[in-house]
Design a protein around this ligand. Structure first.
Ligand code: NAP
Length: 268
């Protein structure tokens, strides 16, 4: 199998690196193409990819084509790509907001997978939600899943509405966690801790809480009850969050991202 990754930016290279580490593909079977010369020099230096500079040469060679350019570059790219595609190729798009229907129309390809990654893919802890057009076979879906899982985990969703919904949870979600971390670090600094110590206090608290959560099936709410005791310090913090409706505000934020994903999707 040969995979072509178009767009060697943040996400494209993350997936290409994931695939190259996974042993799923022989390294030279991962073709990478970017229109930026600077990026291509970087890819060339990595030596473990087959760096490409011409769609006409590499598109017909690929079994799977991953599109990792920004959505506003997609139309121009698809115009260039269309003459070289072959029916039977599977196209995976990780672009936010562009529907399967639009991708089919732009490229003429039938087998299209729309995927929504998130940033922790960079460290192999990503979550990619994906949905496929009905033309993608079960076997091809397994391959797609294996490719996506090289950067973490994947979840197959029922329809594209859930891709927009997962944008609000896992796609944009790392930023919500960073927001929470930032606030806790600011509180730690105000309490007199140094920047470094604040960072360690917050980082280890998040890592530890997530590890605990992953080791059991109980809900976050049950974990809160385990940490808090009546009249204690944790309860004071949780009461303050409840009084300030922090939970509702977080839900509002997730829905704001979901709504924005739907809105952006209407452009295509
Ligand atoms: N970053 C995230 O956390 C995240 C999360 C979810 C989804 N996504 C999606 O992932 C996609 C890629 O995002 P990114 O952050 O990786 O973008 P990026 O870092 O800007 O990388 C995109 C690369 O594609 C190149 N490119 C543009 N047009 C091209 C063309 N016609 N042929 C070949 N290469 C072309 C760009 O070159 P130039 O710089 O010269 O334009 C750039 O090097 C986006 O569609 C985004 O919606 C990203």
């Amino acid at each position: 199998m040969k995979v072509l990754v178009v767009g060697a930016g943040n996400m494209g290279l993350t997936y290409a690196e994931g695939m190259s580490r996974s042993k799923l593909l022989k390294r030279r079977n991962i073709m990478v193409l970017d229109k930026s010369e600077e990026r291509m020099q970087e890819v060339d230096r990595m030596a473990h990819f087959d760096a490409q500079d011409n769609l006409a040469n590499c598109v017909p060679e690929a079994d799977v084509i991953m599109i990792a350019v920004k959505p506003y570059h997609a139309e121009a790219l698809f115009k260039e790509l269309k003459p070289f595609v072959k029916q039977g190729q599977v196209l995976i798009s990780i672009m936010a907001g562009m529907s399967i229907k639009a991708i089919k129309e732009f490229t003429g390809l039938e087998k299209v997978v729309r995927a929504m990654p998130n940033l922790p893919a960079k460290v192999g802890k990503g979550l990619t939600s994906y949905v496929a057009s009905k033309e993608v076979s079960r076997l091809e879906l397994l391959t797609v899943e294996e490719l996506l899982n090289t950067t973490g985990k994947s979840v197959k969703v029922e329809n594209e509405n859930y891709i927009d919904a997962s944008t609000g949870i896992s796609g944009s979600g790392p930023a919500y966690v960073f927001y929470f971390m930032q606030s806790m670090m600011e509180a730690a600094l105000q309490m007199g801790f140094s920047e470094n110590v604040s960072r360690v206090l917050v980082s280890q608290t998040f890592t530890g809480a997530v590890e605990l959560f992953n080791q059991d099936t109980i809900s976050p709410d049950s974990w809160m009850k385990k940490v808090a005791s009546k009249g204690g310090t944790t309860q004071a913090a949780l009461d303050s969050m409840k009084d300030n409706k922090v939970g509702d505000l977080i839900k509002d934020a997730a829905f704001a991202a979901f709504d924005r994903a739907v809105e952006l999707g209407k452009e295509y």
